[in-house]
Design a protein around this ligand. Structure first.
Ligand code: DHB
Ligand code: MG
Length: 265
């Protein structure tokens, strides 16, 4: 790990300098300690407002058909209830797929297949999505959703540890993917990025979910393996001349989180 250069500074560091200065300049009042970063829910009123604003825009722009509604609902029957992407994030990924003209999508982490359906619809009839899932039970829930959504012919689910399935694709020298969505176990993000680079060409888009984690991504001294997995993949992207990237924080019905969108030069 080489987190040294990229170790985020403490959000409270900004309050330390003024505290020192306060000694020398009477009348200066140090700002109150900022709220401690918490795991995403924040203040409940704030969260309710985020949710309402999501509702406003989603009701104006988006409609989930019965298959997507059921894909979200059936997420409660997976190993990670409620972890599927938000409505607007699904629509954003569809749009990114269409804007980039992606035809072949690789997804790390299927769960109930909500995002898989978004990709499968966006790639069109001649496109294909390969999605990697550890749990046979989750895959079974997802397959039923692909049938309901009418995309089962475009979706291939590979069962097993995602790093192994990806290595299998590398060994088979499959046709490169145009877009990769990394949304599986977060400690393995660096491995998944490395595999994605083996499986794509210049121009490919790589998206990584859940990189903000309620602000925990910059919490000093974190030992959370998910946070460390995010920081390592951020550092790997930053150090890789083949990639340019941007991180977008999001608040909304899923709390406070965000995506990295990277593009292969
Ligand atoms: C978690 C993982 C996800 O992929 C997600 O979208 C939300 C939460 C998690 O690890 O808790
Ligand atoms: Mg996710």
């Amino acid at each position: 790990m080489n987190n040294e250069q990229h170790t985020p500074h403490s959000p409270s560091a900004a309050t330390q300098a003024p505290n020192v200065g306060a000694e020398a300049s009477p009348g200066f009042r140090a700002p109150a300690e900022p709220p401690r970063l918490s795991a995403g829910t924040g203040n409940p009123a704030q969260h309710a407002a985020w949710r309402e604003v999501d509702g406003y825009f989603n009701d104006a722009f988006l409609s989930e058909d019965a298959a997507l509604v059921e894909a979200r609902r059936s997420g409660t029957n997976t190993t990670m209830p409620g972890a599927e992407i938000a409505r607007n994030q699904g629509a954003f990924l569809s749009m990114l797929t269409q804007i980039s003209g992606a035809r072949r999508v690789l997804e790390f982490g299927t769960l109930a297949g909500y995002s898989t359906i978004c990709f499968a619809r966006a790639v069109g009839e001649r496109g294909a999505v390969t999605t990697l899932e550890l749990s046979p039970e989750n895959a079974e829930v997802a397959r039923a959703n692909f049938v309901r959504a009418g995309v089962e012919a475009r979706v291939r689910v590979l069962l097993g540890p995602a790093a192994e399935s990806a290595q299998h694709l590398i060994d088979q020298a499959v046709e490169p993917f145009d877009l990769v969505f990394i949304d599986a176990d977060k400690p393995n993000n660096p491995k998944y990025l490395a595999a994605a680079l083996e499986l794509t060409r210049p121009g490919a888009v790589i998206v990584i979910d859940n990189v903000v984690r309620g602000g925990a991504v910059i919490e000093p001294g974190s030992v959370d393996p998910a946070v460390l997995g995010v920081r390592q993949v951020v550092s790997d992207i930053a150090d890789d001349d083949r990639l340019e990237a941007v991180a977008l924080q999001a608040v909304g019905e899923k709390g406070w989180d965000g995506l990295v969108v990277a593009r292969r030069r």
